[in-house]
Design a protein around this ligand. Structure first.
Ligand code: TTP
Ligand code: MG
Length: 389
């Protein structure tokens, strides 16, 4: 399956937030940072950048270059709040989001073509939601790996989208100045320039032995990147630890059959959600609360991870069978933990497979996506009135 990594980076982040919240600043040079005499610029609006003002410049210098600028202190609390909203939008598009700072993140959007026609539409949809809901602009790079995606997002700022198609890696990097290389600081750049290396393409073509002699072992990784090869996964802080569902019933459930019907319904929801996230789990937990509020949990770990209704249901049922039910049941819960991605650790969503059962479930899930989750349920399922937990 083609890997697609999206890098999203907000435009002039702190300054754009201030311009949004103070319409009188719009279209004007806005400089945000330490406004004391020894402060430095955190960021400058694109209007201010035309005066040569940039991040990390001493504020005194910025004032000299742009005397009519609007100078503002950092409102970190506000930027952090905005950052959370941006991440919440991203989380709607992929469970694999790796934030790098307040205003940028990688997303693995591989295999999402079941929900969107192509990866470009996902990139556009994210940008659009940020624009609509937050009134801010972001730039994005879409590529087969992190290295290329990050380079790409910076090329058409502000509000740009640059796509590097598979096969275009080398051409994209060929003429790129060496200073854009990840991991190349000013000292390394100097060594490379002395060797006559000005572009990433030249770095890729260099004799590896010569490179290692000059720059040490790290040079090998650098050259792999220069060739457009980068297998690093998107490492999400947000990958769920477990997927579960529980329900409190309006009327206490009496009898095993009624309980099993509800457990089946809960299992289907949990399995559906797992498959949506391309996750499978090994540990199945049953939670049961009696009318007296006495609560039991039972867990069982399976030999293999699963995301399928039958396996989860059979495990839950086996755990229930071991309980002696003494009174009515007011709440039931089913949770699957110990998660991994369904294709055995390859970090991607909805990996296609020719496994027959997976295809059957995909068809079921498609119907549910379209008509709602209640469209298909296994018989026998009696309806029980629900009340809020
Ligand atoms: P960046 O994404 O590097 O910059 P930016 O979003 O302001 O502008 P661009 O359109 O080029 O992406 O950094 C994000 C925010 O982090 C920035 O708005 C302010 C803060 N920041 C600092 O406080 N100090 C710095 O030196 C840099 C580079 C950023
Ligand atoms: Mg930015």
């Amino acid at each position: 399956m083609q890997r697609w990594i999206l890098h999203v980076d907000m435009d002039a982040f702190f300054a754009s937030v201030e311009q949004r919240d103070h319409p009188e600043y719009q279209g004007k040079p806005v400089i945000v940072g330490g406004i004391g005499s020894r402060g430095v610029v955190a960021t400058a609006s694109y209007e201010a950048r035309r005066f040569g003002v940039h991040s990390a410049m001493p504020m005194a210098e910025a004032r000299r270059r742009c005397p009519d600028g609007i100078f503002l202190p950092c409102d970190h609390r506000k930027y952090t709040q905005e950052s959370k909203k941006i991440r919440a939008i991203m989380a709607d598009f992929s469970p694999l989001v790796e934030p790098l700072s307040l205003d940028e993140a990688f997303l693995d959007i591989s295999g999402m073509d079941r929900l969107y026609p192509d990866p470009v539409s996902i990139a556009l949809a994210i940008k659009e939601r940020i624009a609509k809901e937050l009134n801010l602009t972001a730039s994005a790079g879409l590529a087969p790996n992190k290295f290329l995606a990050k380079l790409a997002s910076d090329l058409k700022k502000p509000a740009g989208l640059v796509v590097v198609q598979p096969g275009e890696e080398q051409a994209f990097l060929e003429e790129m100045p060496i200073k854009r290389m990840w991991g190349v600081g000013p000292a390394t750049a100097k060594v490379l320039l002395e060797m006559g290396i000005k572009t990433i393409g030249q770095l890729a073509a260099l004799d590896p032995l010569r490179l290692v002699r000059q720059l040490g072992q790290a040079a090998a990784d650098m050259q792999r990147l220069a060739k457009g090869i980068d297998d690093r996964p998107v490492e999400s802080d947000y990958a769920p630890k477990s997927v579960g569902n529980e329900e409190t019933f309006a009327k206490d459930l009496l009898g095993r059959e009624e309980i099993l019907n509800q457990l089946l319904a809960l299992t289907e929801k949990v399995a559906w959600r797992l498959r949506q996230l391309n996750l499978s789990g090994r540990t199945v937990t049953l939670k049961l609360r009696y009318a007296s509020f006495k609560t039991l949990t039972r867990s069982q770990t399976l030999p293999e991870p699963t995301c399928y209704d039958e396996e989860i249901y059979q495990t839950v049922k086996a755990m229930l069978d071991k309980l002696t039910l003494q009174e009515g049941v007011r709440l039931l819960g089913v949770t699957v933990g110990n998660l991994q991605t369904s294709d055995g650790g390859q970090l991607s969503l909805f990996a296609p497979t020719d496994d027959k059962r997976q295809r059957m479930y995909e068809a079921v899930d498609r119907l549910r996506d379209k008509f709602g989750r209640d469209i298909l349920t296994k018989a026998p399922l009696c309806k029980v009135e629900k009340k809020d937990t």
